[in-house]
Design a protein around this ligand. Structure first.
Ligand SMILES: Cc1cc2nc3c(=O)[nH]c(=O)nc-3n(C[C@H](O)[C@H](O)[C@H](O)COP(=O)(O)O)c2cc1C
Length: 323
C-alpha cells in the first residue's frame, strides 16, 4: 500500500472536510495556496451504496487537488466496503471516516460522533473499510461526548477510548477536533487532551483541529501537542492563503500580509472555479464566500450590498474592478 501521508513534509497543514464548503473549487484554491491535503465534504455511505448520482457528482475533483481524500459517514458497517471501493476506483488518495459530526440529522440518529457510544460498530466500520481498499484509511473525531445523552454525571466516552478500540487497525491518519459533542463549535479546545491523544496514536499521522487562533498560535500548539500537523476549517473562510502564511512563518519566522489586489484576484478565481464546477444554479453559493473575502475592507458595506446579488463571475469581476 502506498501511503502518501508518510511522504509529506511536517508539519502537515490540511483543510478539513466541511459540508457545503469544501467543494472542488474550494479544494483547488486551498491546494494552490499550499494545503498539503484536502478533503471532500462528507458523503453518505448509504448514498454511495445505492449509487446516488447526486452524491457521485459531489465527489468530482480535479487532478490538481491530489492528494484529495473523500470523507464518508454512516451507521451501517456493511455498506462501507462498497462505498470505500468506489472511492478508491474514483482515484481518491484516501478515504476518511467521520466519527465526529454533531449535526442533528447525523448524530441525532446515532451516527457521526454518537457512533462512539457503540464501539463495536465503530470497529466493524473501520475493519470493513480497511479490508476493502488499498488506499490509506483515516478517521476524524472529537475529544469526547457524554456516555449517556443528557447525563454528564454518568461520565464521558473520549477519543482515548476510540483510539484504544482501534489500536489494532492500521489507520494512516487521525484528525481530532479538540471540542466535545456538547460544545460543538465554540469555546476553547482542550490542548491537554490533544497532547494525550497524540501520545496514544503513534501508528500514523496525528492532526489537531479547532485550535486555530493565529498564525503564531499554530506553532505553539504544534510544539505543545507534538502533533504532526494541523487541519484548518473555518479560519480559511475568505483566506485560503493562510496555508502559505503559516508555512512561511514556520520556515522563516515571517509571513507577508495579503494585499487587496491579491484578495480580489483570489475571490474572482474562486468565483470562476465555482461557476465552472456548479454552473449558474450552484453559483449562488459563491455569495457567502464573497462576503468573507471583503470582511474588514473600508467599503465592505457597499461591496456586500452588491456581492449578495451576483449571478456570474463576470459580475464579480465588475464589482471588484470599481474598488
Ligand atoms: C459548515 C461546516 C461544515 C462541516 N462539515 C464537516 C464534515 O462534513 N465533516 C467533518 O468531519 N467535519 C465537518 N465540520 C467540522 C470541521 O471540519 C472542523 O472540525 C470544525 O469546524 C472545527 O475546526 P475550526 O474551529 O478550525 O473551524 C464542519 C464544520 C462546519 C463549520
Amino acid at each position: 500500500m502506498s501511503n502518501f501521508w508518510q511522504k509529506l513534509n511536517k508539519p502537515i497543514i490540511t483543510a478539513t472536510p466541511m459540508a457545503g464548503i469544501t467543494d472542488t473549487a474550494w479544494r483547488q484554491l486551498c491546494k494552490k495556496w499550499g494545503a498539503d491535503v484536502v478533503y471532500t465534504e462528507f458523503v453518505s455511505v448509504d448514498a454511495l451504496f445505492y449509487d446516488s448520482k447526486k452524491t457521485l457528482q459531489m465527489l468530482a475533483y480535479k487532478a490538481s487537488e491530489q492528494p484529495v481524500i473523500a470523507q464518508i459517514f454512516g451507521k451501517r458497517s456493511e455498506l462501507y466496503p462498497k462505498a470505500a471501493k468506489l472511492i478508491e476506483q474514483l482515484g481518491f488518495a484516501g478515504v476518511d471516516i467521520n466519527f465526529g459530526c454533531p449535526a442533528k440529522k447525523v448524530a441525532g440518529h446515532g451516527g457521526g460522533i454518537c457512533l462512539l457510544r457503540d464501539m463495536e460498530t465503530v470497529k466493524k466500520i473501520v475493519a470493513n473499510t480497511i479490508e476493502a481498499v488499498t488506499i490509506p484509511v483515516s478517521i476524524k473525531s472529537r475529544i469526547s461526548l457524554n456516555a449517556i445523552i443528557g447525563a454528564p454525571e454518568k461520565g464521558k466516552i473520549t477519543a482515548l477510548d476510540l483510539l484504544d478500540a482501534l489500536k489494532e487497525y492500521p489507520l494512516s491518519a487521525v484528525i481530532i477536533h479538540g471540542r466535545t459533542y456538547e460544545t460543538p463549535f465554540t469555546g476553547p479546545v482542550d490542548l491537554e487532551m490533544l497532547k494525550k491523544l497524540r501520545e496514544k496514536f503513534t501508528q500514523g499521522i496525528f492532526l489537531i483541529n479547532g485550535s486555530f487562533q493565529s498564525i503564531e498560535s499554530v506553532v505553539a500548539d504544534l510544539a505543545y501537542t507534538k502533533a504532526d500537523g494541523i487541519a484548518l476549517a473555518r479560519s480559511l473562510y475568505g483566506q485560503p492563503w493562510l496555508f502559505k502564511q503559516i508555512k512561511d512563518y514556520i520556515q522563516t519566522g515571517h509571513y507577508t500580509e495579503i494585499t487587496w489586489p491579491e484578495i480580489k484576484a483570489t475571490a474572482i478565481e474562486h468565483a470562476h472555479l465555482l461557476y465552472e464546477s456548479k454552473g449558474p444554479k450552484g453559483f449562488q453559493e459563491m455569495r457567502k464566500h464573497l462576503l468573507f473575502y471583503v470582511k474588514g475592507h473600508p467599503q465592505a458595506a457597499e461591496l456586500r450590498y452588491n456581492l449578495v446579488r451576483v449571478t456570474t463571475p463576470i459580475e464579480v469581476e465588475k464589482i471588484f474592478a470599481e474598488i
